[in-house]
Ligand binder design. Sequence first.
Ligand SMILES: [Ca+2]
Length: 196
Amino acid sequence: MKKILALILVLVLTLPVFAAMAEDTEYIFEAEYTELEGLEGLGVSGSPTGLGLVAENNKASNGYFVGNLGTASPITFQIVSDADAVATLKLVVGSNILGNCTWNPTTLNILVNDEAIDFNEFTTDNGDDPMDQNNFKTKKIGDINLKAGENTIVIVAGENTYRSNLPSAPSLDAIKLTTTAALEMIESEASHDELD
Ligand SMILES: [Ca+2]
């Protein structure tokens, strides 16, 4: 009987802990802290490369975003998870001054652990504020599977002709991941040295 009482006591005491562990946390990971070295973007005259893809914007999360992205500038988030888990992925994206663009698995590729994922079409547009033509918005992509350990989430231009007939991608401010797992991003030291 004592054993049963002790067991009940243990259960009563630990259940709220398990309940708390199962709660979702929303993480925000900044695009400007991904490893940008070696990436080549699209420019009006000459192509911005590496940290040259980062621009300031006071409406962007952390004050910076990456833009002028093309097929040679895949943005790679390296995310370490403490467990196998489902996470809801959202992108914080701007118009890249491209006007109204439609993004879907053809025009924009999102790869989770090297596999292209399917997602519902979304749009970006310059918006009404002439001072903020990036017009950043949060777009829900959907649920993705993370594995315990290191994961990669890559966002790269797909097949489109949005930038002077070349494939481009939206400006990328950050990603948001909502999950029960504990996540950390492996961040670029070069970006921190330059931006912090
Ligand atoms: Ca940002």
